[in-house]
Each structure stands twice: as C-alpha cells, then as structure tokens.
Design a protein around this ligand. Structure first.
Ligand code: SDX
Length: 393
C-alpha cells in the first residue's frame, strides 16, 4: 500500500519546503524579506533594490544596484513579432489572460536559454522577465482601448517607465508625477513576496517539473488571477462601488458577508496566515491617507472602505474568525489615485510579486533536496466493479 497519508485540504498545516526568503509571523503581523522588516524596506528602498534583495539575498551595494538597473534596462523592449500577439485578443480581454499568455510565449523567443540548470541562462531569463513584464502589462492596457503602444524609455526608472508606457501618448509630451512614482514603488514593494501563498506555491510546483522560468511564472500569474487571491484587489473595488451604488449601507453588506447562503464574502478581508492584522494593509492605508491628502482627492471609495473596516472590526463574526483587512483591501484606492484602471489592479499585483516568484523558483532549483512535487490523496471513489458493455447500460 501507500503507507500512512495525512490529508490536509488547502495545506493549512502542511509545510511544502524550507525557504530562506520571506518570514511571516501571522500572530504578530510580522513580514520580513531576507530578514529585513517590510516597514523599513518600504520606507527606504525603491522596488528594484527590493527585487535584488529578494532574488540575490543581500541588499545591493551602489555598484551592484547600478549594474542590476542597467542590465534590466537593456531588456525592456519586446520583440516586434510579440506585438502582433495582441492583435489576436478581443479588446475586452482581461489583462491577466494576456499577461499569462504572453509571458509563456516569451519562451518561444529564447529557446536557446531556457535550461533551468544553467546559471547563465537562468540569469538572463530573470533579467528579461523583470524588464519585460511592465512592457507586456502596459501594452495590454493600451490594446484595450486602441491607443498606440508606447515604447519603454530606458533613461527612466522602473516605475517612471511603467507609468509612461501606461499613460503617455505619441501626440503629447508626458510628465511623470513623482508622487505617483513613490506610491507605485511602495505598492510594488509590499506585494513583492509572501512565502508559500497560492501563486508562489504554483510557481514552485510547475518549476519542480523542470519547466522553464517563463512557463512557471505564467502558471503563477494564472493562480494569482483568482478572486480569492490576487484577484481580490479588483473584487474589493467592485464591492465598494456596489455598496456606494446601493446607498453606502456598509452594515447591510457586513450582514450579507456573514450569511453563508449569500455566497458573498467581504473581499479584502481575512488571511490564511495573518490573524491580527496584515502589516501591508497598515502600510498601504497610511499611504492612502498621505497620497489622497497630497493630491487633495476625496475618494468616496476610501471613505466607504474605512466605514466597512470599522463595521467589520466591531462585529463578532469577523472578530471571532480573526478576519482583518488584508493587502488587497486598500491597495485599489491608491491604484485609482494614480490612474490605474481597475481591470489592471491584479496585473500590478503580478508585477509586484514577480521578484518573489523568481526568488522562490531559483531557491527551489538550488535546493539539494529538490524533487518533483507530487502529493498523494485519500481515495474516496468506487471499489473495484465489473465492466458493463454499452448494450447493457
Ligand atoms: C492574498 O496567502 C497569501 O499570503 C495571499 C496574499 C499574498 O500576499 O500572496 O496575502 C494575497 O491573496 C490576500 C487574500 C485576498 N483574498 C480575499 O480578500 C478574498 C476574501 N478572503 C477569503 O476568501 C479568505 O479569507 C482567504 C482566501 C483569504 C483565506 O481563506 P482560508 O484561510 O481558507 O479561510 P476560510 O475560507 O477557511 O475562512 C475561515 C472562516 C470561514 O467561516 P467558517 O466556515 O469558519 O464559519 O472565515 C470565513 C469563512 O467563511 N471568512 C469570511 C471571509 N474570509 C473568511 N467570511 C466573510 N468574508 C471573508 N472575507
């Protein structure tokens, strides 16, 4: 027989691997990348510096960071043949579908450097992917409303470049708002890794079969798309807008979310690991306050979100189940303030999580105990039965 199988649906109490990348303490609300508290990284770094830390394990020196930035800049353009991929998608294609398709198809342009066991090929694939994801993402947005694709500008920083590819048009000069750049850096940093969440475990699972980096990350993008995971940030804004349309009655919505029959969940609330608060939600909420104040924006969504949080945190159902705002609850307010359309919110989550996925994929390949992921099951189907020829069925 198969010996003793422990069943753990959803892997609530199962560790799939050892890892030295990210540390979470769900009770204390602690999140550290390579030992550095997320609060300090968010306050002192830009996203590219955090990418380096996650992937290479150390905070870079000036020289290391400059070389890393320059190397990424060299790969920001897509092969012109890739642009024609976009002609095949309908205008209203969800950008996450485009992202996972185009990322997987990237492998077809680099077939000579896909070996996951060749360090040089892995290194160039990592830099290509880090550089091209913003371009692929921005192109999917431009495609959705027929504006021309905007080429990357390599004299700009990572976040400046993304914003200009998203919002510039050939007919006008474009000015990147430094407040938007700061807000985007902060958002990408707090999304950059989160140990064995659903999409990261997916990247490890697919990568464990020695699938190439592009195929593994494409699988992670698909997992992140789920509304229970990264797709929650889009679902939160749709939920908040629905509450506003129905007169802003948050208590009614809280009651709905408590009623199992309603199948309604308070999107942006709850977490498998964080049982007191999500430190990222705390950082994002403060950044919301700062940015809306600085831009002098009154976003009704932010007001309703705060009312909803207050109502839920004073309700026995949520308190008893330790359900608090997670990273997705407030992020949409900032995305809106910098002009990102709601259908692109989960794409921004993917851009932030990319270095985390890559770090875990690399760590898995570096592990001495790496084996293909192949869990067992507890069989609950039919016992052996005789075949019935079709005329007798
Ligand atoms: C992310 O894993 C990560 O680290 C993910 C992430 C990352 O950085 O990678 O942090 C990013 O995905 C954040 C989570 C985004 N998802 C949402 O906001 C969707 C809404 N939240 C849930 O669906 C839920 O809380 C999860 C998916 C986040 C966690 O699911 P679990 O751990 O399996 O919890 P559960 O579904 O078993 O819920 C426990 C109880 C249940 O009630 P009972 O059966 O005990 O009576 O709490 C209830 C649930 O019904 N519940 C909710 C709820 N979340 C849980 N009830 C109402 N609204 C909610 N949001």
């Amino acid at each position: 027989g198969t010996g003793y199988i422990t069943l753990d649906e959803g892997y609530v109490n199962t560790g799939s691997t050892t890892s030295a990348i990210t540390y979470l303490d769900g009770e204390a609300g602690i999140l550290r990348y390579r030992g550095y508290p997320i609060e300090e990284l968010a306050a002192n770094c830009d996203f590219v510096e955090v990418m380096y830390l996650l992937i290479y394990g150390e905070l870079p020196t000036e020289e290391q960071l400059t070389n890393f930035r320059n190397s990424i800049r060299r790969h920001t353009m897509l092969h012109e043949d890739m642009r024609s991929f976009y002609d095949g998608f309908p205008r209203d294609a969800h950008p996450m579908a485009i992202l996972s398709s185009v990322v997987s198809a990237l492998s077809t342009f680099y077939q000579d450097s896909l070996d996951p066991h060749d360090p040089q090929q892995v290194e160039v694939s990592i830099h290509r992917l880090l550089a091209k994801l913003p371009t692929i993402a921005a192109y999917s947005y431009k495609k959705s409303f027929g504006q021309p694709f905007i080429y990357p500008q390599n004299d700009l920083s990572y976040c400046e470049n993304f914003l200009q590819m998203m919002f510039a048009v050939p007919s006008e000069p474009f000015h990147v708002d430094p407040d938007f750049v700061d807000a985007l850096n902060l958002l990408l940093i707090v999304h950059a890794d989160h140990e064995q969440n659903c999409s990261t475990s997916t990247v490890r699972m697919v990568g464990s079969a020695d699938a190439n980096l592009f195929a593994s990350i494409s699988a992670g993008i698909s997992a992140l798309w789920g509304p229970l995971h990264g797709g929650a940030n889009e679902a939160v804004v749709n939920m908040l807008e629905e509450i506003i349309e129905n007169g802003g009655d948050v208590d009614k919505y809280v009651e709905l979310a408590k009623d199992k029959q309603s199948k309604v969940r308070l999107m942006g609330f709850g977490h498998r690991v964080y049982k007191n608060f999500d430190p990222r939600a705390t950082i994002i909420k403060k950044a919301c306050d700062r940015l809306l104040d600085k831009l002098d924006i009154k976003d009704p969504l932010f007001d309703v979100a705060q009312k909803l949080e207050h109502a839920a945190l004073n309700d026995e159902y949520f308190v008893q189940r330790k359900l608090y705002p997670n990273v997705d609850f407030y992020s949409g307010v900032i995305y809106r303030a910098i002009g990102i359309p709601v259908q692109m919110f989960t794409v921004l989550f993917a851009m932030g999580r990319l270095p985390g996925w890559i770090a875990h994929w690399k760590e898995m390949h570096g592990s001495k105990t790496k084996r293909i992921c192949r869990p067992r099951q507890v069989y609950t189907g039919e016992t052996k039965r005789e075949f019935i020829p079709i005329e007798k069925r």
